[in-house]
Design a protein around this ligand. Structure first.
Ligand code: B1M
Length: 213
């Protein structure tokens, strides 16, 4: 198979949620010398974008979105050790979670992997993380940065709720707050009082490094 055929295959099979085939193609891609970045940015992520577009048009429903997401997550697990490979010394601790009410985690996991690759020690609280759980984890782990991910317009307001909880617990000035996720903008991040925002995983690493200096 040529690299182009592998990338087209990854795109098409993710779109239809064929997990086993996506795993097979990811392995084949690596064997053929395709980089994890190329497979991610030229096939897997664009495919999920198309899934989202079809969902918006009413051509796809939640089950299709779910199996496509699972197929992508499987590939990400194979690529994780390669993307997170680092010789760098630990630059800081990053506590991360998807906000309460939101179950999306692929984008958050990708940010985590890239942060690990850049030398951050990442503590992932998972999805549906309540303000109380963030507060408790900040007290326990004393991270340099706490990151909130939200992927729905209906869960973005949890950023403010989380920041209010940090204020109430007297922790706001002890930790840098970063926010992100598909519907989030710099303006929204500023409005809720976050210290940093990034649109994607590479930008998140860049911003985190700037904020920690
Ligand atoms: Co959902 N979903 N979903 N979904 N889903 C979206 C997000 C949506 C945009 C689709 C659409 O309509 N086009 C839409 C949200 C619309 C909106 O609010 N504006 C949507 C909806 C509506 C829903 C439901 C409400 C559907 C329903 O039930 N009727 C429901 C909500 C469930 C809930 O959370 N309560 C739902 C459910 C699901 C599934 C469970 C089926 C599945 C999630 C699987 C999973 O994550 N484990 C799913 C999926 C797969 C999607 C799409 C298709 C793909 C998401 C994804 O993984 N993208 C998505 C459409 C889309 O994004 N185009 C969609 C790839 C990923 C690499 O990108 O997530 O943007 P992204 O992450 C980026 C950046 O956002 C950024 O970096 C990441 C990597 O580059 N980033 C940060 C993320 N976190 C960051 C933190 C930072 C900085 C940057 O600092 C801390």
């Amino acid at each position: 198979m040529s690299p182009e055929e592998i990338l087209t295959g990854l795109y098409d099979e993710t779109l239809v949620g064929n997990g086993p085939k996506v795993l097979e193609l990811t392995h084949t891609g690596l064997e053929q010398g395709l980089t994890p970045e190329r497979m991610l940015f030229d096939a897997l992520i664009p495919s999920l974008e198309e899934v989202g577009a079809r969902f918006e048009r009413g051509d796809f429903f939640v089950p299709e979105m779910l199996i496509a997401g699972k197929a992508m997550a499987g590939a990400l697990e194979i690529l994780r050790p390669l993307l997170a490979e680092t010789g760098a010394a630990t630059v800081g601790t990053f506590l991360m979670g998807t906000v309460k009410g939101d179950v999306h985690d692929i984008g958050k996991n990708l940010v985590n992997i890239m942060l690990e690759g850049a030398g951050f020690h990442v503590i992932d609280l998972g999805v549906q993380v309540s303000p109380e759980k963030f507060v408790e984890a900040i007290r326990e782990h004393r991270p340099d940065i706490v990151g909130f991910s939200a992927f729905l317009t209906t869960t973005m307001p949890m950023f403010k709720a989380n920041i209010n909880a940090l204020n109430k617990a007297g922790l706001r000035d002890q930790v840098i707050v970063m926010v992100g996720g598909a519907p989030v903008t710099q303006e929204y991040a500023d409005a809720v009082g976050a210290d940093g925002y990034a649109a994607d995983a590479s930008a998140a690493v860049k911003r985190a490094k700037e904020l920690i200096q």
